[in-house]
Structures are given as C-alpha cells and as structure tokens.
Design a protein around this ligand. Structure first.
Ligand SMILES: Nc1ncnc2c1ncn2[C@@H]1O[C@H](COP(=O)(O)OP(=O)(O)OP(=O)(O)O)[C@@H](O)[C@H]1O
Ligand SMILES: [Mg+2]
Length: 161
C-alpha cells in the first residue's frame, strides 16, 4: 500500500510521517540524493512522469513524505493544512527568504495542494494540524489509512487571503 503525506511546506508532513507504521521515503531527499530533477531556487523541479519512474515501488506499506507525493498513484492521500498565521511562524523559524514564505502562505490560503490532490487521487483525507499535537494528527491519519473513509473540504482559509 502506498500512502502519500502531502501539503504546503511546514504543515508537518515529516513530523507525522515519522510516527506512522511503514517505510518512510522523504521524496525531496530521495531526489536530491539521487540527482534527479533540476534545482530551481532551492526547490527540486521534476515532471510527474519522471517521479513515477524514479520513486521505488512499495514493498508493504510505503509512506511517501513530501509535497510532491500527491502526483504519484496513491492508495491513500493525506493533505495536511495549517492556518496561514501559524504556518508563517513555522516558516519564519527556517532560513527561508521572505518571498518563499509569502509564496507558501499564499499557496496554503488558496488550497493549492488540496485541489491538486482531489483532482488526482481517489482517497483524500484533509487534516488541520494548527491546534493539534502531532500525536493527535497521527491518530486521525492512522484511522484513515485503516478505513479509507474520505474527508476533505473542512478547512477554509478565505478570511486569511
Ligand atoms: N502538529 C503540529 N503542531 C505543532 N507544530 C508542528 C506540528 N507538526 C509539525 N510541527 C512543527 O512545524 C515545523 C514543520 O514541521 P515539518 O518539518 O514536519 O513540516 P514538513 O511539512 O515536513 O515541511 P517540508 O515540506 O519543508 O518538509 C516543525 O518545526 C515542527 O516541529
Ligand atoms: Mg518535511
């Protein structure tokens, strides 16, 4: 089974991935380590076809950690969300430039990753991580992996635009 943990940078993908049962593959790290794709402003740019070719097939349960995971064929797709003001605080703790922070905040406010995921995936589950402990996020995500019961459309950041 292939599980994707996607979402805007800083929404907590790696934090929850590490807590889930399965083999975790950090997509950005994998691409970097294997020299796949092109580096564009510190981001890796790679086509969907190339991703499909290069990411190893799952043996057992595979957890794909990364904001590109929803471009692959998934059995479960989890989209993590964070309220834009909280996301800003999380991103400001990193050495991100102002422009990159604004770009990510805007993408989050506009539901960019969620809409791509809903378009491409069969089973989508959206979780707002803003006021949840990583353990609570893990609990909800694990339940969805088991049941496959979809839930999305419950997050609305329009007042932050
Ligand atoms: N549920 C949560 N509640 C509070 N803080 C969180 C939560 N999940 C993650 N964080 C914090 O948010 C920051 C970003 O988390 P993390 O690195 O897991 O995000 P990410 O989505 O993997 O980011 P990237 O796309 O850049 O890899 C970290 O400082 C982490 O400790
Ligand atoms: Mg990460």
């Amino acid at each position: 089974m292939r599980v994707g943990i996607t979402g805007t940078p800083g929404t907590g993908k790696s934090t929850v991935s590490q807590r889930l049962d399965g083999d975790v593959l950090d997509i950005s790290r994998f691409l970097k380590e294997n020299g796949i794709g092109e580096s564009v402003e510190e981001e890796i740019s790679v086509s969907r076809e190339k991703l499909r070719e290069e990411i190893p097939e799952p043996e057992g349960r595979q957890i794909l950690d990364g904001h590109l995971s929803h471009l692959l064929d998934l059995d479960r797709c989890i989209v993590l969300r964070t309220r834009p003001d909280t996301l800003r605080e999380r991103l400001e703790k990193r050495d991100y430039g102002r422009e990159k922070i604004e770009e990510n905040i805007e993408a989050e406010a506009m539901d960019l990753v969620l809409s791509e995921a809903v378009e491409l995936q069969e089973k989508v589950y959206e979780v707002d991580t803003t006021d949840k402990d990583p353990s609570e996020v893990k609990k909800q995500v694990s339940r969805f992996i088991q049941t496959g019961e979809e839930r999305y459309g419950n997050v609305d950041w329009t007042e932050w635009i």
